[in-house]
Design a protein around this ligand. Structure first.
Ligand code: SF4
Ligand code: SF4
Length: 222
């Protein structure tokens, strides 16, 4: 899932300080799972905003909505009937959702309430960690299912580097060396011979370096 966290309340409040009619829109998918932008977080943001505005003597008219997803046009359509009545829309989706809403509603000011962090997993309750950089050319079959791009701080395709010590990455004693994980996993799988194979220099054109990407499935198009 895409992992995000809410921007500091002060930052959100200062983005919208001049507006009185405010629509807050949550997203029911990834950002709900990581407790950043679902229905509950929309309610918390709305009530914090209400409190601050009443204290300041400049009350706001706030509407709360939570869509199934903001990265799908069919769900964004649910806002069409009333989005124009609001001076500003605060989206609690990831960056993709915020932008897609702004594309669909060109006359609406759509602002982000979250910082989108990474593609990751729920490690334990309240802890999310990065697993994938969406490089566009998955190499997990070569590395025992541990991502060298996301888990190695230098995204090395052949490692570890000279900074690996006692299984930890040189950036922090808290961070396990990604290549240590790969070697251990290959060893557990009885596939350590894969470690001896040099992975060729990466073609980064499938990554963000190749420009904005698009996925097209002709068989699914209408
Ligand atoms: S190799 Fe690329 S696609 Fe596969 S997990 Fe790593 S970043 Fe993601
Ligand atoms: S110590 Fe390991 S994880 Fe850190 S940069 Fe070197 S190879 Fe990558």
């Amino acid at each position: 899932m895409i992992v995000a966290e809410r921007k500091p309340l002060e930052q959100i409040f200062s983005m919208i300080e001049r507006y009185k009619r405010i629509l807050i829109v949550g997203c029911g998918e990834c950002v709900t799972v990581c407790s950043a932008g679902g229905k509950k977080e929309v309610e918390i943001l709305a009530s914090a905003l209400n409190m601050v505005r009443s204290k300041e003597g400049i009350p706001a008219e706030i509407r709360q909505e939570t869509l199934e997803r903001q990265c799908d046009g069919e769900y964004l359509e649910q806002l069409r009937g009333f989005i124009g009545e609001y001076e500003v829309v605060i989206s609690m989706a990831c960056g993709a959702g915020v932008q897609f809403m702004a594309e669909k509603y060109k006359n609406s000011l759509v602002l982000p309430a979250l910082n989108t962090k990474f593609i990751g997993v729920t490690e334990e309750q309240g802890v999310w960690s990065e697993r994938c950089h969406a490089c566009g050319d998955c190499k997990l079959h070569l590395t025992g299912g541990i991502c060298p791009i996301a888990r190695c701080s230098k995204s090395l395709l052949n490692g570890p580097c000279g900074g690996s010590a006692n299984g930890k990455c040189e950036i922090s004693p808290e961070v396990i060396c990604g290549w240590q994980l790969i070697i251990e996993r290959l060893s557990d799988l009885g596939q350590l011979e894969k470690y001896e194979e040099i992975i060729p220099i990466n073609d980064w054109s499938t990554n963000r370096d190749g420009g904005p990407r698009k996925a097209v499935r002709e068989d699914l198009r209408l």
